[in-house]
Design a protein around this ligand. Structure first.
Ligand code: SF4
Length: 441
């Protein structure tokens, strides 16, 4: 480090949006203390790797990122989900400076202070009031709780992150207000189980402005809707109380969008997975939601090849997809994860059958998704602009979350700005994306 120059930190953030929020918090604190972010490992004073330990493939990716940082820099601090079980990292890279688990912000900062002490010139006022965000300025993830009370057999997140701990409602609302004041146009509400928000707090109220707000999913969603930004709900389970949020969609308070990780449809598989809110009324519930709010877009993820999944379980899932008409689907082949209780289940599905099922599900779903997208051709849609190029811009409708869903490619008679929300006439749909022209600003 040059004498008098701010220490530089290179940061690698792996894993899900929840890990991204942790990264943002660490970076915000470092920036507040006068650290600078480096673009490359080479030349930085140290590297922080925020790891993901969800699947074995994610662990491999994390180990690869640590290896790269060790080779290019040599001063490496590891944090995040994989840090909760440090043995594997210690074995591969005994010289990393420190290893901590998720949300251990203080320990990460202590390790940074030891390796590259901060300058005694913290330009705290230079820090934007909303903190430093790794997501583009026009959208931001809002984490409302940590941990999870469920015990899905394939998942080790409760082991890594512990039971559900919700933030008080006024704390979440304060953050949302700051984000919107700083220019954020879309709030993506995330947690491991968004619909369980506040259960641990017994839905305790906290004071926000002139009123008391309960730490409850529906109350929080209603209040978030007051800021005038798009509010997108992710990782929701189909508990009966979720029905209430559909009315807020019709009022325009939250987006007509739900990301519900169903993971399977067959009752036997769901039972083996120990999924929350797994019950045969889900299809009826989806139907009722769509009747009440025809615009509702549903996104989900599924796992094929779970131990014990039979041909008829899989056929059940395909038939269910035909009925449910989910708009966007992600599918994973089951992978055993060290520490997951599903590892002990009988009847593992051979890899070639997993692959065949994955292909069959994706083919079936592609047709459904394409048909649902086609229904938008000829309509007018609100579109938030994500990227602007010389001739076309790229954005998303209210039915599309950033990074995981599709895009709208827009032509416009005047240049568009990132973060602007426009009305577009949709002219064409392909398998994943829409194409249209801006018809109103
Ligand atoms: S709901 Fe299930 S899959 Fe999701 S974090 Fe909790 S235990 Fe894991």
């Amino acid at each position: 480090m040059n004498q008098g120059a701010a220490p530089k930190v290179s940061f690698v953030s792996l894993g899900c949006p929840k890990a991204l929020v942790d990264s943002e918090r660490i970076i915000t604190r470092l920036r507040a203390e006068g650290y600078e972010l480096a673009r490359k490992h080479d030349g930085a004073d140290l590297v922080i790797v925020n790891t993901c330990g969800f699947l074995d493939s994610a662990k491999q990716e994390s180990l690869g990122a640590i290896g790269e940082a060790m080779a290019q820099n040599g001063k490496v601090i590891v944090t995040g989900c994989m840090g909760a079980e440090p043995e594997q990292i210690e074995q591969a890279y005994p010289n990393v400076l420190s290893i901590t688990g998720p949300q251990q912000y203080e320990s990460v900062l202590e390790a940074v202070h030891r390796a590259a002490p901060p300058l005694h010139n913290p330009h705290i006022d230079l820090l934007p009031p909303q903190g430093v965000k790794l997501t583009p300025r026009h959208y931001a993830y809002l984490k409302i709780s940590e941990g999870c009370n469920n015990r899905c057999t394939f998942c080790i997140i409760p082991k890594l992150r512990g039971d559900l701990v919700s933030r008080p409602a006024n704390d979440v609302l304060r953050e949302a207000e700051k984000l919107v004041a700083a220019g954020v146009k879309e709030l993506l509400v995330i947690s491991q189980d968004t619909s369980a928000y506040g259960v641990d707090l017994k839905y305790e109220t906290s004071q926000w402005k002139d009123r008391d707000v309960r730490a409850k999913f529906i109350d929080l969603a209603r209040e978030l809707g007051e800021f005038g930004a798009w509010v997108r709900l992710q990782y929701v389970y189909p508990y009966p109380h979720v029905d209430e949020v559909i009315a807020l969609m019709n009022e325009g308070k939250v987006l007509p969008y739900l990301d519900i990780p169903f993971q399977h449809a067959s009752p036997d598989v769901l039972k083996q997975m120990r999924r929350p809110a797994a019950q045969d009324k889900t299809l009826a519930r989806i139907k009722a939601w769509r009747e009440e709010c025809p615009e509702l877009a549903l996104r989900s993820t599924f796992i094929v090849g779970f131990p014990g999944e039979t041909d008829s379980d899989f056929q059940y899932l395909l038939d269910w997809l035909d009925e449910a008409q989910i708009d966007r689907v992600g599918c994973f082949k089951y992978e055993s994860v060290a520490g997951a209780t599903s590892n002990a289940l009988d009847n593992p599905v051979p890899e070639d059958i997993k692959t065949a099922r994955w292909n069959a599900l994706m083919a079936r779903q592609q047709k459904i998704s394409a048909q649902r997208l086609k229904r938008k051709v000829g309509t007018r849609q609100q579109v938030i602009v994500d990227e602007v190029g010389p001739t076309v811009a790229k954005g998303r409708t209210r039915s599309d979350a950033p990074q995981i869903d599709g895009s709208v490619f827009l032509s416009s008679r005047r240049p568009l700005k990132v973060g602007e929300i426009v009305t577009a006439k949709i002219e064409r749909a392909d398998q994943y994306d829409l194409h249209g022209t801006v018809a109103g600003f």
